[in-house]
Design a protein around this ligand. Structure first.
Ligand SMILES: *Cc1c(COP(=O)(O)O)cnc(C)c1O
Length: 820
């Protein structure tokens, strides 16, 4: 934080009521997450009320840890103690923003802020790296750009920083004013305007105006003049002397020309005073070129000379900057953070690691943090983080990293270069470990990841855990904060990989998990998942496993009830069970006629405790079944009441699946059961834009071939290019779960953003696509589905439903998890 502040001052800034203030305590850290406390007594914990959970619930636990100062909602009065200071406000999120605004006002060096639809994070990272050669730069970690992310980014600004770069992202109308008030950028960059997140805005125009309002007080605004409706709006709203536009046509402050050669480009910028600057950049694609141009213009506007900018660009690559979870050698888990270069990023990676299921040892492979500022201070903080996260082994690469040796003489091994580390690293010494690999770009830690990674066959399913959280929060907002959520993770979490997804769900604050069979539940328990687990179809043979692994079977018939009850009697144990009421699905479940029998069984068998009663809707996704769904819900209410009447305790009641949450929120009862929606498909079609695709199925091109007219492709000679052309062979087939019905032009993939249709029949492990006229080569990536190819569209194309496509992905396809 830029400056320490007293409790009294905090209360003043947030206009809160203070209870038990202490005059000595100075606050230097602000935390919103109970897991991120480093110096408890110097920390202000801000209890936010989110879709996930109420931060206030963590106060007793934090008080035990030694936290003394809490910002809470004014109705809070559960834990009061003489040595704890409470600052009460009507809205803690707003208070957090006011604190950020205050901290920002103390920072007098330039603040750069980036808004726009695409490229914000890349522009921020690149600009940060280029400026970082000369200046101490503070920047938002990852994409901390939201109403809560921006304040946290601002608290990351320290006294020694010479420039701050903050990203600003909004998803609905009205959000920018709070960000503007906090960031108050001196220099703004507007990347571009896309149609993403249109849902929260009236029109594209209103979205643009809202975004631009971030720059109302800026001295300079950098933008591209070639997106016409954007530049017209900008030029109408801001005085000319603030504007720094660039364009591929003459007449801008910077006129750009680009010459592509091989896999690099020469970028020439001519200023309006006719001075020209030439840069060699390692990109050729339009988006990277646009991003780097914004970066160069911003760096020049901030006074950096062209040579230093060029020097910085040489060290950039169009790298993947996501934090990724990968299967590692001998059942280890790798966290790949090879694009990290500062302390803020390290904290995000550590927190991500902390959220994963436990492994045998924790191992950190870390390079020098190429961060300006006093190394003693920085490595002191790194050492504290290492202690807090309890690493067993440390591998350091670089010069300054040797500071850690004194702190951790036993655990630390240092190397002066990545080569030296690689020569001395024996991958076989790792097994079932958690390995965090984090290093500045120039150390090239990709090679380390490569060495420790489990071999991956050409096809991967990438799962975006942030998108999963986004979708979860979307549904949470449709229901009352009191309503519990069971997430269905049956069928390998709809294909996504049960353990990692269940782990993320547990972190998000869901209350229950649902699986189809006992084995699935056992696998989750063995990997440390603690949430209660309901098993839809527990078989007689697995009662022992249910009992041993604390799984809760669904009971759906009197016979099943009796056999489970007697099993429990014989084994002298009790079990929590769930009752399925059949109100029209006619799959499993008690029907009305069996209710009396059920009630007497319940009364005779107190060893079975009724954890919940539920029913399942058959057509909640379709309006034509609305009446039927309502009659199901009405029947269910009567049936569950009959059962509850004979109980001396209150089981949970639930009925809604994903579609039901959207269509019948008035029937949410105590809990809802979320499935497909979490995985990114909104089946009712009412909120098409609100969810994010969580998974991307990708493969690579194995070979490219030129064909003559009349030659045929694949089995049964089904594929033909009538005038000849070019095909690419992809490393995915029906055995990977790529449905054979996509054969012969029914399906297509995206290669470098362009559509390529399937040609001929899909084979077991491969398929061919038509790439005539496209620039492609072996090794290029092909997207089977993901953000740009919707599952619903694909499913329609072959007459099935997204559920089937998701769950068909073979387990031989590696799952890779990341945070974007
Ligand atoms: C699979 C399942 C769900 C989830 O359904 P979605 O349509 O995927 O939301 C809910 N309840 C039961 C009983 C299920 O089997």
């Amino acid at each position: 934080m830029f400056q320490e502040i007293s409790q009294k001052k905090i209360a003043e800034i947030v206009e809160g009521r203070i209870i038990n203030q202490s005059n000595e305590l100075l606050i230097s850290q602000i935390a919103i997450d109970s897991r991120q406390i480093l110096h408890p007594d110097k920390t202000l914990f801000v209890a936010l009320r989110g879709a996930k959970a109420d931060g206030q619930a963590f106060i007793p636990q934090l008080a035990d840890l030694g936290v003394k100062t809490f910002l809470v909602h004014h109705d809070y009065d559960e834990l009061v103690a003489p040595d704890l200071c409470f600052i009460k406000v009507s809205d803690t999120r707003r208070a957090l923003q006011l604190l950020a605004k205050f901290q920002r006002s103390l920072f007098t060096n330039p603040v750069v802020s980036i808004a726009g639809s695409n490229g914000k994070t890349i522009v921020k990272e690149w600009l940060g790296q280029i400026l970082g050669q000369k200046y101490a730069v503070a920047k938002s970690p990852k994409s901390y750009n939201s109403q809560v992310g921006v304040p946290l980014s601002i608290f990351g600004i320290e006294g020694y920083h010479q420039v701050a770069i903050l990203e600003a992202g909004i998803s609905k109308a009205g959000e920018m004013s709070a960000l503007e008030e906090m960031i108050k950028p001196n220099l703004g960059i507007f990347t571009n305007l896309g149609t993403a997140h249109q849902e929260g805005f009236e029109s594209l125009e209103s979205k643009l105006e809202e975004k631009l309002s971030l720059f109302s007080g800026s001295n300079f605004l950098i933008y591209c003049k070639d997106q016409k409706h954007v530049s017209e709006r900008i030029e109408a709203l801001f005085p000319m002397d603030k504007l720094v536009g660039w364009s591929d046509r003459a007449g801008a402050e910077f006129t750009r020309s680009v010459k592509v050669k091989g896999n690099a480009s020469r970028l020439i910028l001519m200023k309006s005073d006719l001075s020209t600057h030439t840069f060699q950049v390692p990109f050729t694609d339009v988006a990277s070129l646009e991003n780097i141009t914004h970066v160069i213009v911003a760096a020049m506007t901030l006074g950096l000379n062209a040579e230093s900018i060029q020097e910085g660009i040489l060290h950039l690559k169009s790298v993947d900057m996501r934090l990724t979870l990968k299967p590692g050698i001998n059942d280890s888990l790798l966290i790949d953070d090879t694009y990290n270069n500062d302390l803020a990023g390290l904290k995000v990676a550590l927190d991500f690691m902390h959220q994963q299921r436990p492994k045998r040892r924790k191992i950190l492979i870390l390079s020098d943090l190429l961060q300006q500022g006093s190394p003693e201070k920085i490595y002191e903080e790194v050492a504290e983080l290492i202690k807090k996260y309890q690493f067993d082994l440390l591998f350091g690469v670089g010069k300054e990293i040797f500071f850690l040796e004194q702190e951790f003489p036993e655990a630390f091994t240092g190397f002066s270069s990545t080569e030296e580390l690689l020569t001395n690293l024996d991958p076989e010494t790792f097994a079932n470990d958690m390995i965090l690999i984090t290093g500045a770009r120039v150390f090239g830690f990709e090679e380390v990841v490569n060495r420790l990674q489990q071999r991956i066959h050409g096809t991967t399913l990438e799962i975006n855990l942030n998108a999963l959280t986004h979708n979860y929060n979307f549904y949470k907002k449709l229901i009352s904060p009191k309503t519990k959520v069971m997430v269905m993770v049956k069928a390998f979490a709809y294909g996504g990989g049960a353990v990692e997804i269940a782990n993320q769900i547990q972190t998000m604050g869901a209350n229950y998990l649902g699986v189809a069979f006992s084995d699935e539940g056992v696998a989750l328990r063995k990997q440390g998942i603690k949430l209660p687990i309901m098993v839809l179809n527990a078989m007689q043979e697995s009662f022992g496993l249910c009992s041993e692994f604390d799984l809760e079977p669904v009971v759906f018939s009197p016979e099943f009830f009796e056999s489970l009850a007697s099993w429990c009697t014989v084994h002298g144990t009790t079990m929590r069970i769930h009752l399925d009421m059949d109100t029209g699905m006619h799959r499993l479940g008690f029907d009305r006629k069996q209710l009396d029998k059920l009630k007497s069984l319940i009364q005779l068998n107190p060893q079975l405790e009724i954890a919940s009663i539920y029913t399942h809707l058959v057509g909640a996704d379709e309006d034509i079944h609305r009446e039927f769904s309502l009659s199901q819900l009405k029947d269910f209410e009567e049936m569950k009441n009959e059962v509850i009447d004979i109980l001396s305790y209150k089981p949970l009641v639930h009925a809604l699946n994903s579609a039901g949450i959207v269509a019948f929120p008035e029937f949410q009862f105590d809990m809802v059961r979320l499935g497909i929606g979490l995985y990114g498909v909104e089946v009712t079609g009412k909120h098409d834009l609100a969810l994010r695709a969580i998974s991307t199925l990708k493969t690579t091109i194995s070979q490219v071939k030129e064909l003559e007219a009349g030659e045929t492709i694949g089995y049964s000679r089904k594929g033909v290019l009538s005038t000849g052309g070019k095909i690419a062979t992809l490393a995915i087939g029906y055995a990977d779960g790529y449905d054979r019905r996509f054969s012969n032009g029914k399906g297509y993939v995206l290669i470098n953003g362009q559509k390529a249709s399937i040609i001929g029949n899909i084979c077991m492990d491969m398929c061919m696509v038509d790439v005539s006229g496209m620039e492609v080569k072996a090794g290029d990536e092909a997207i089977i589905y993901g953000e740009k190819i919707s599952l619903k569209e694909l499913a329609d194309q072959i007459g099935t439903i997204p559920y089937e496509l998701l769950t068909n992905i073979s387990t031989r396809v590696k799952r890779v998890y990341y945070l974007d």
